[in-house]
Design a protein around this ligand. Structure first.
Ligand SMILES: CCCCC/C=C\C/C=C\C/C=C\C/C=C\CCCC(=O)SCCNC(=O)CCNC(=O)[C@H](O)C(C)(C)COP(=O)(O)OP(=O)(O)OC[C@H]1O[C@@H](n2cnc3c(N)ncnc32)[C@H](O)[C@@H]1OP(=O)(O)O
Length: 160
């Protein structure tokens, strides 16, 4: 199944967390599962905080990009539009809040699930949980805001 990020136009596909054109990034892939969205990501040994556990910044960035993708997808779904239709909805992070509930083990796949809980004007609030081995280890809230027209005016980053 196509992931949301597969539909991002090239000009906005360089994000470290979710850009398919960023060879050094996470390149997360998010899909619908009913009313929720799901991303799976397997951390590498170099994503370590304390040996055996995932660096909190990685957890935050997974929640961040999963949630901005969820915001865009929720807006398309609300408008009854396909992901390839124009004009594209482009979201950036206005606010990212993460509660680290338990240490996140590094030895296995992480599952990130999100839900749009508010859509108002250009703003979507997304609540997201990250699980390791079925246990919720972090919970996040993201306020995603549709990009102002001038935000993406810079040329694409050179990393491919
Ligand atoms: C399913 C997809 C298919 C295809 C999609 C197609 C295209 C999508 C393409 C690409 C996606 C784009 C890029 C990749 C995605 C994500 C990247 C990952 C995330 C990041 O790495 S991204 C970098 C970090 N990010 C920034 O660099 C933002 C810097 N910042 C700003 O550029 C402005 O600050 C901005 C734009 C955020 C707001 O500015 P603004 O002037 O537009 O805001 P404005 O005042 O109009 O507010 C409007 C409503 O948002 C609320 N609001 C605003 N800010 C808030 C905050 N901080 N906290 C709580 N609520 C907030 C207001 O309260 C109001 O809500 P209300 O109406 O309810 O009062």
């Amino acid at each position: 199944m196509d992931a949301f990020q597969d539909h991002y136009p090239d000009a906005v596909a360089h994000c470290f967390g979710c850009g398919r054109l960023n060879a050094h990034g996470h390149q997360i892939k998010t899909v619908w599962n009913g009313d929720e969205t799901v991303t799976r990501f397997t951390p590498e040994p170099y994503h370590t905080a304390i040996p055996g556990f995932v660096y909190g910044g990685l957890v935050a960035s997974l929640i961040d990009c999963h949630s901005t993708a969820t915001a865009a997808a929720a807006m398309y779904r609300q408008d009854g539009r396909g992901l390839d239709t124009l004009p594209p909805f482009r979201f950036v992070t206005g606010s990212l809040h993460v509660d680290y509930l338990k240490p996140t083990p590094i030895d296995g796949a992480l599952e990130i699930r999100g839900r749009a809980v508010e859509i108002k004007g250009r703003k979507v609030v997304v609540e997201t949980e990250l699980r390791a081995g079925g246990v919720v280890t972090a919970r996040g809230t993201v306020v995603a805001v549709q990009m102002p027209a001038d935000f993406g005016a810079a040329p694409p980053a050179p990393h491919r």
